[in-house]
Design a binder for this molecule. Structure first.
Ligand SMILES: [Fe+2]
Length: 342
């Protein structure tokens, strides 16, 4: 049991409560309500991807919330046809044994039930003070707790950038009788990673693709862009920021449908769509609930790919609170549109 039940008690009065207070400035116009119900039953033929934003506080202080998320996914996997779970990075806060152990225990609930794709966030690396970026790049303990040799044997595992390391991977699966790929990229991907990703995207040009990287969208639905001046926790010192990633990779490929990121603790939700070079619509979304009570109250995303093969229903749900969180950035639909060229 969670010892501190005060926030839950308080929030239990908040059913259908419209919130505009205590939100970051850019969210002050956001009208949000909570509904005490599980997500509606899916229509037959729907496929679901579950999305876990920054779980760092759960791994550190509130493991019950982490277990609530993956436990719910495992329990609902068949009922909701959950074909993949994606983590947006910052799985842990301190990249240490205790927190990776919680993360591993949490994801163990999905083993053999739902495959998952992970990316490291900045907090999944050591916090080096001497700016030795190459050393920093090697410091994540993710592959010590999620065995790459085991994961590489999954039917859905496509490949690594670097053998037996999980910072950059891709995953292949079928959804609606179509080939899909989830392409996972490190924090602030380096140019050589973008080069690799461009190659994979060309090789898999017939796979509709979801790109996942920890830091991409920033506040106000804009991509991180270092040319705009100081942006909090920018990925640019690591490598390429959101705008650079868009220019060098994302917009170039007709098969990229969705980009997902987390990381932005304040103002931590966003969505935008842009046309790629080939006329495809690229839906870009960000969520990160770590500034909520208890590090996020276990809110997570569900992407429901509806039977028409093109409409995606986005939902935001906490299996801990058993509440849907509803706003125009958290409960909405978008339509997939592929590009013409390849
Ligand atoms: Fe982060």
């Amino acid at each position: 049991m969670i010892k501190n039940s005060k926030p839950v008690l308080f929030l239990s009065f908040a059913v259908c409560f419209i919130a505009t207070l205590a939100l970051p400035a850019e969210e002050t116009t956001l009208k949000r309500k909570w509904v005490s119900t599980p997500p509606p039953k899916i229509e037959k033929g729907t496929a679901t991807i579950a999305v876990l934003p920054d779980t760092e506080y759960y791994a550190w202080k509130y493991p019950e919330l982490f277990y609530a998320q993956t436990g719910w996914i495992a329990e609902e996997a068949l009922r909701r046809n959950i074909v993949y779970t994606v983590h947006l990075g910052d799985i842990t806060q301190h990249n240490n044994h205790e927190q990776w152990t919680v993360a591993r225990k949490s994801f163990a609930m999905l083993d053999g039930k739902v495959p998952y794709a992970l990316v490291p966030g900045n907090d999944d690396y050591d916090n080096l003070e001497n700016d030795d970026w190459e050393k920093l790049r090697q410091s994540s303990n993710i592959h010590r707790y999620f065995n790459p040799k085991v994961i590489s044997k999954w039917k859905t595992f496509g490949g690594f950038y670097q053998k037996d390391r999980l910072e950059n991977t891709y995953h292949l699966f079928r959804m609606h009788d179509r080939d899909w790929m989830i392409l996972c990229l490190e924090m602030g991907p380096r140019d050589k990673i973008i080069h690799w990703a461009n190659k994979i995207l060309k090789e898999k040009k017939n796979h509709r693709t979801i790109v996942v990287t920890h830091a991409y969208l920033f506040r106000n639905n804009k991509r991180y862009d270092h040319r705009n001046g100081k942006e909090r926790a920018s990925p640019h010192p690591w490598g390429n920021d959101g705008e650079e990633l868009w220019q060098k990779l994302i917009k170039k490929h007709a098969n990229i449908m969705i980009v997902m990121s987390g990381h932005v603790a304040t103002g931590g939700i966003g969505y935008r769509k842009d046309l790629g070079d080939h006329g495809n619509v690229v839906h870009q979304m960000m969520c990160d609930y770590q500034k909520k009570k208890m590090g996020g109250l276990a809110y997570m995303r569900l992407l429901e790919f509806l039977p028409d093969g093109k409409t995606v229903q986005v939902r935001t749900y906490s299996p801990y609170r058993k509440k849907l969180q509803i706003s125009h950035l958290e409960d909405f639909k978008f339509v997939l549109k592929e590009g013409k060229g390849k």
